[in-house]
Design a protein around this ligand. Structure first.
Ligand SMILES: [Zn+2]
Length: 256
């Protein structure tokens, strides 16, 4: 019986995360288009048919409709259920990795905003300031609730990556976008300096590999840019869950 109860709890947490990220899909679509995301029912972008309440069931609905609009049969991008599944998985990871509920909720809220940042940056090459302010508010609330890290670590986190990025951008115009710099300042206040540095390291490695891939396959020229925000966001998510272990392992390499 206990296993069934456990499974049911996990299922509920997954669906709650997927439901919240289903709303984030709406935010990602509407925010750059300056449409209000609190009013107005969701509708099919092809035929304009309003979605019914049973079309709102995260993940399952897309598979049930085989990725097509119920009315006009237009294709619905796999990105929507993928983002919803990501929300479910992140909710489960937050529950698993943070024993304290305030820390788990703060981490999930942080990851939710990062997801919106990553998708909008990938779509438009811009990070809206409202999202950076959202991250600052989450960091301040987590700080006020006594969630780790300590205040000194948070304040160093605010500047330890953002200031070097700013200096580099001033020295080499176009090295980083202003949005990336603001993002790393706000996120650093949440993560603290250790995880913020780890996140930057992961972003540079993965972004670098992607850049080499683009050059090698001649998809982009040397002078062209690609959005770095998604790599920063993935790096921060990985650092949030596994940063401590990664640091221990990395520093352990230098123990003779
Ligand atoms: Zn339609």
């Amino acid at each position: 019986m206990i296993y069934i109860a456990q499974f049911f709890l996990y299922f509920l947490v997954f669906m709650a995360g997927a439901g919240i990220f289903s709303f984030l899909n709406v935010v990602v679509y509407r925010l750059p288009r300056k449409i209000s995301f609190v009013t107005g029912r969701s509708h099919c972008p092809s035929c304009g048919a309003t979605l019914r309440w049973y079309d709102m069931v995260p993940v399952f609905n897309w598979f049930y409709l085989r990725g097509k609009c119920r009315d006009c049969r237009a294709r619905i991008s796999f990105r929507y259920p993928a983002v919803e599944m990501l929300g479910g998985v992140l909710a489960l990871l937050c529950m698993h990795y943070f024993d304290e509920s305030a820390a788990a909720v703060a981490a999930f809220a942080f990851l939710a905003v990062l997801t919106v940042v990553a998708l909008i940056d990938a779509d438009t090459m811009e990070i809206p300031n409202g999202l950076v302010i959202g991250l600052l508010i989450i960091a301040a609330v987590a700080w006020a609730c006594g969630v780790e890290p300590a205040w000194k670590d948070r304040l160093i986190g605010l500047v330890c990556v953002s200031v070097p990025m700013l200096l580099l951008a001033l020295a080499i115009p176009g090295a980083f976008g202003g949005g990336d710099i603001k993002l790393m300042a706000a996120a650093g206040l949440f993560l603290g300096w250790k995880l913020c540095l780890t996140a930057m390291f992961l972003a540079i490695v993965t972004g670098g590999i992607y850049g080499i891939y683009l050059l090698a396959t001649r998809r982009k020229g040397k002078k062209e840019h690609f959005a770095f925000g998604p790599f920063l966001c993935v790096g921060m998510a990985a650092a949030l869950f596994w940063g401590e272990q990664l640091l221990e392992w990395y520093l352990g390499l230098y123990h003779f």
